[in-house]
Structure formats: C-alpha cells, structure tokens
Ligand binder design. Structure first.
Ligand code: ADP
Ligand code: MG
Length: 328
C-alpha cells in the first residue's frame, strides 16, 4: 500500500525507496552507511558524505551562536568520516542565507568552521552560495580516505561481538532539552549545551579503532543509540542485547537530570547528536584496545522476535531515536 505522507513513510522509509531506485555499482558502498566508499586505483578508498542543517529543524538562530553553528556544521560531517575509520581530507560548504544577514555573522560562522576543520587538517575546497527567503540552510559535503577495503561498515558486525561506545551518552540531548525548556544556564547546564553545540568528531579514535582487525562494525551516534544500533543490526542481520546499567552517563548529566526530574537513560538511549562512536569488536580485541571505550552489550545471532532487534536488560528506555518525518 502506498503511504499518503512522508510522516507515514518516515525518513528511513524514504531513504529505502531512494536506495531501491539507485542500487550502488559493484564494488562501491552506496546509500545506507555513514559514508559512501569508492575504491580508487591508488590502494586507498575515497569516503564521501553530506549532511544538512536547516534553521528551525536543526538549530534555532536566536540561540546558537554563529561560531557554534559553523563548528557544528563541519563537525557532524567530519564525524561521518570518523565513523568509517577514515581520515578526513576536504569539505565543500553550501550556504542558503537570507539577504539581511549581518556580515559579522558569516565571519563568526567561518571562524567556528575553520577551528574544527583545522583541528583535523581538513581543507575547505568549494561549495555554493545562494539567497534564501528567510531561513538559513547549510549543507556540507566531506571527503576522506582509508586504506582499500578497511572502512568499517555498519554491515560487518559479527555474532558474539561486544558492543562498545567511545564516551558518555545523553549530554547533547540534555543540552537540547535545556535549550528548548529555557532552564537556567548554570555551569552544568552550560556544559551540556556545549556538548550539543560543539561536538568533537572522534577522528583519532576512529582511525585507531580501524587499525584493529577485530573491530568490526562502526558508526557515529547521531540519532540516538537505540535507533543507530538498529541500523548496524539491520545491515548485519543480527540482534543484540544492551545492559542499560552499562550505558555511560556523565556526572554532569546525572546532576542536571536529578535537579529537573529528567530520565538520563531515556536521553542517553533515545537522544541523538552525541557523535561518539558505536562499534562492535571481538572479546579478544576489546581487552587490548587502547582507545577509551565502554562495553554496553553483545551481538546475538538469534532475533528476540518480530520487530525490533534489541533486547534491553535492566529496563527499556522510553524514547526511540530521531526520525525526521515521523510524528512523536
Ligand atoms: P547519518 O546519520 O550518518 O548522516 P543518515 O541517517 O542521514 O546518515 O542517512 C543514512 C544513509 O542514507 C546514508 O548512507 C545517506 O548517504 C543516505 N541518504 C540520506 N538521504 C539521502 C538522499 N536524499 N538521497 C540519497 N541518499 C540519502
Ligand atoms: Mg553517521
């Protein structure tokens, strides 16, 4: 049956439709991972990804500083290269801007963009600029590279792998909640908002993890772990169990949640934009990994039943990730 609206189809339903219309050429990883992987003759693979930020959907112009917006626009794209275990090489920046925007705003935006790009030696090599009737829209495309065949795909998880994350989850979602609810910005809340506005892509961590043969699947956490892990399980046709108590939570998150009666686990599991890496690896590999990480669960071969592929041990987080079209 044909769905009547995008809300019914959902963001991922729409992407599936596009994917079935445009199958990737042989040897190329196309739609469905954090980046496309395009083999080159040089012995390297080229990684490509693109991500858009729309005023009103991804940010509120009256709250985010232009510096932070520039930072975040580059950072979320660099994170997709990190997710593959690659090294970012270049970005392209396209801007749709209202004509009355202050030139000082653009200057500050560029400073944020340059600071995070410079941290990973990534050059801005092009883009496009156009007028927008009222809202700001930013699109970044990012290029990266990795040795041939070494990109970590969502489809390479293996049965009995451990499931790990590189850092605490939920800070960014709590920062967003604080912004939307207009809570007082003391030092703790400010720290969470900073995690939301200035994510640091885990590029060195991704490179280090990808240098270990037994680190199998990897992705970055942009939509929330419950939704993102589903992507790995779907692509690998496996299931998983997660120990809710093992999900790492920062002390700041716990303090702020206690104060406002928020559920830190719902934020950590269902909230997005942490941009930590989520990866699976064999037990032997986990013992020797030098990259800081937390083990939160295991990959299982049998599915828990029809529908979702994740069994939560110790509670079920309430929120279920972020879909751009589905009503919640
Ligand atoms: P991420 O959260 O890593 O940015 P998304 O969930 O946005 O990834 O996208 C999932 C996959 O679908 C990616 O491989 C992305 O390139 C692809 N994709 C998303 N939107 C489109 C589109 N409009 N056309 C083609 N591919 C798309
Ligand atoms: Mg991603």
């Amino acid at each position: 049956m044909r769905p009547d609206s995008l809300a019914e189809l959902g963001e991922f339903g729409l992407i599936d439709r596009i994917r079935s219309r445009f199958p990737a050429p042989s040897g190329v990883t196309g739609i469905g991972d954090d980046c496309a992987v395009i083999p080159q003759r040089s012995g390297n693979d080229t990684l490509v990804s693109t991500d858009m930020l729309v005023e009103g959907t991804h940010f509120l112009r009256e709250d985010i500083t232009p510096y932070d917006l520039g930072w975040k626009s580059a950072a979320v794209n660099l994170s997709d290269i990190a997710a593959m275990g690659g090294r970012p090489t270049a970005t392209f920046l396209s801007l749709a801007l209202p004509a009355n925007l202050d030139p000082g705003w653009i200057e500050a935006f560029m400073n944020g963009y340059a600071d995070i790009s410079g941290r990973f030696d990534t050059a801005l090599l092009g883009g496009d600029t156009t007028a927008s009737p009222d809202r700001i829209c930013i699109n970044v495309a990012v290029l990266g590279e990795c040795p041939s065949g070494k990109a970590r795909l969502r489809s390479s998880a293996m049965s009995n792998d451990l499931i790990c994350v590189t850092g605490p989850l939920g800070d960014s979602a709590a920062g967003l909640k604080a912004i939307l609810q207009g809570v007082e910005r003391d030092a703790d809340v400010q720290r969470l908002i900073e995690r939301h506005y200035r994510p640091v892509p885990r590029v060195p961590e991704g490179l280090e993890l990808a240098s270990n043969l037994y680190v199998h699947a990897m992705m970055d956490i942009s939509d929330g772990i419950s939704s993102d892990l589903e992507h790995i399980l779907e692509a690998s046709d496996l299931s998983a169990e997660i120990d809710v108590d093992a999900i790492p939570l920062s002390a700041v998150l716990k303090r702020v949640c206690k104060r406002y009666g928020w559920d830190p686990l719902a934020l950590a599991a269902g909230g997005g934009e942490d941009y930590e890496l989520l990866f699976t690896c064999s037990r032997q590999a986990e013992m020797v990994l030098t990259t800081p990480h937390f083990v939160i669960g295991r990959i299982l071969s049998a599915r828990p039943g029809p529908g979702r592929r994740i069994t939560w041990r110790g509670g079920t987080p309430s929120a279920a990730g972020f879909d751009h079209f589905k009503k919640r």
